[in-house]
Design a protein around this ligand. Sequence first.
Ligand code: SF4
Length: 709
Amino acid sequence: ILRDKGVVQWKYATCGYCSTGCAMEVGLDADGKAVTTRGVADAPVNRGKLCIKGITEAGILNASGRGTEPLLRAHSYDPWQSVDWNTALDRTAAQFQRIQDKYGRDAVAVVSTGQILTEEFYTLGKLVRGVIGTNNYDGNTTLCMASAVSGYKRSFGSDGPPGCYDDFSHTDCLLAFGSNLPEQHPVIYWRLKEALEQRRFPIIVVDPRVTMFAQFADIHLPITPGTDLVLLNSLCHVILEEGLADEDYIAAHTNGREDFAALVAEYDPGMAATITGIDEDTIRHVARLYAGAGAAMSIWTMGINQSTHGSDGVCAINNLNLITGNIGKPGGTSLSITGQCNAMGTREWSSCSGLPGYRALENPAHREQVGSFWGVDPAFFPEQRGRFMTDIFPAIESGQIKALWLVATNPMTSMPNTGRIRKTLEKLEFCVVQDAYADVEATQYAHVYFPASVWAEKDGCFTNTERRVNRVTPVSAPLGNSRPDLWIFNQLAKRWEQGRRMRFPESASEVFEEMKALSVGTGANGQPRMLDISGMSHDKILAQRGIQWPMRDGDETGTPRLYADGVFQFADGKAKLLALPWADNNEKPDSDFPFWLNSGRVVEHFHTRTRTGKVGNCNKFSPTAYMEMNPDAARELGVENMQYVRLVSRRGDAIVLAQLTQRVPRNMIFVPFHFHDCVNRVSLGLLDPHSRQPAFKQAAVRIERVDQA
Ligand code: SF4
């Protein structure tokens, strides 16, 4: 029935929602209108499968709220006026230049996304780093993947998930931290189930909530929120104490064993049990299971990353895999499951945290390489990265930043403590929102709106969780007067004299060739650069349905696993075992706010619902926010099932519908994060010191009956 929609032509794309990276075809009717999608049967990622979001994705091309004309107004309280592109672009460039002349280069901030194409990320980075010159530039990936990036860099010397989905078919033990695969990444979950049908191996899920994945696990560890670092240190304690570590691998490929061993010696399972809530025998059993497996792998998502010690948590997972020799071999890996469809693309090429191709602003040689390649004086680049997204908004609040350009991001719903974000945006002298949808919440505070094309109206690539670069082709023309983000960046660059001097290629394939040329060279360890894509082309990527980097010039295929040779990205080629003490620094339940607040996804929605909130079945099946509450706790408060209640924290409050379930323990509340004016009105803004990622999942709240408030 889904397929019978008058399709006369199918065109190739990669799904524009999550980082699984499913290859799909979009079906067009006789009028060239996208009417449906189907999975690509010979695609290595999804082998024909799509989840509910992918199946309904054609609906977003013509969904309500699509912006079709540039809009302009003098004040955010004025009505919008439709204008032509030149007027909108001229006004934006003039305002950025005026504000930079008056307050300095860093008075303009740019916050982008994990949703646009890699060629667009590269071009935006070139524009921001090489032309506009502000160091207040980051992506919304700081809300989801920054701790993974930071942890990989600290352990291995570079970002880059070392494993792949095929590891499920080789592993002997899977340990998942804070990851609810069936709802977050349904097609990766299907890959896991497919692997299990071939060969049984234990699944251990660490999660304070009885998620769908926890229900599927062989062992569920319902950990106390914010204590995963204690559990990981304790697992390593047992492995070292019982002589289960791979000492040959440690000696050959790591530094730091002595300090690391001294630190984990303090985390005996008895002590860890009192903090984590996981009993001593279970900790020992899991440690033995993991270390005793021929190959063992760890996966994680926001349960680790969104914490005041998210980066340390990632490093601790890496420690576990390093001491058991589980990096770079089939079935043995440390695999962060990323969030957005092109979170990896922004990490690799956007220059948010540095310069393109995993180059660092702090490295003079890298500044020189990129400066000479782009035709920019390297002295124009800052010598260290600027503010993260989570530090940009406080700088607006304090008056240090006067102008903000938001590219495909929605901080009014996604940031912690959104009440404060609302007041912050009101302070801007100038705000530009670039998005496919004119009704995204932040446009309320904008002076210019750029209508961007959606994913399948554009040309380029995404990189998925397993470093697979895959193609998005323009299946239909941009709606109305919307334009691809690449076109918008190029047009804006021409408004600066420096931009006119530089080369900004117009087509995605030309940009890709430029990225390829910049991807070669020698890394810090004396080996060829890890993020080398010189062997790829748009045509080869399409033909292979995605290719994993590195793929060097002359290679026929990509690389499924990093570090297979045991050579890491530090100068001496060795990984770092890090001593990671746990500090009890979360907000915790107390007599005023007696519940832990946890947040996460539902399968039907993607991020802040700017798209899935408008698509038939996704919204029909999940139309409103709700709050999971344990029936015992509800009984004490007189809360009944399907009753509206007020969720209150030290930051604010929100009204939600109570759903009573044993999925959450008595002292926990769970709320999906997708809905506007909901959980992030109350969530916690404490940040990880390394990644600056917020601790969304460890706030304290109380519940009030609405009829008693
Ligand atoms: Fe798209 Fe992710 Fe669903 Fe695949 S699993 S169809 S990439 S949303």
